[in-house]
Design a protein around this ligand. Structure first.
Ligand SMILES: [Zn+2]
Length: 110
């Protein structure tokens, strides 16, 4: 789970990505994994809890990659007109982790 590196409170991925939607070439970035990861690492996010600012590279990059995949997997995941992320990214990430653990458990039993 992504947490603010300054105050430690949990962050919502949807909200983080929405901050990135203000980038001029956001549409292009969100379609290209390499561009996205680079932009993510260098992006200055603002924590909604403590208003502190930090770089994306201080967040779990593995989760950022999954977020990229989720956003590209689902059509209409972003409402570009209103600059809103329509997916419940945190829920999907939690589900993804759960399925992975379940998968490992099942494999372990064989
Ligand atoms: Zn914070």
């Amino acid at each position: 789970m992504a947490r603010c590196p300054l105050c430690g409170k949990p962050l919502d991925w949807g909200e983080l990505i929405e901050q990135m939607l203000s980038l001029e070439n956001a549409e292009e970035i969100l379609r290209d994994r390499e561009k996205f990861m680079k932009a993510f690492r260098d992006f200055v996010f603002r924590c909604p809890h403590c208003s502190g600012e930090f770089y994306g590279r201080n967040l779990p990059l593995e989760e950022a990659e999954k977020v990229f995949e989720l956003l590209n997997e689902f059509r209409g995941s972003i409402d570009w007109e209103n600059k809103k992320v329509k997916l419940k990214l945190n829920n999907l990430l939690a589900l993804d982790t759960m399925l992975e653990q379940w998968d490992e458990k099942v494999k372990g039993q064989r």
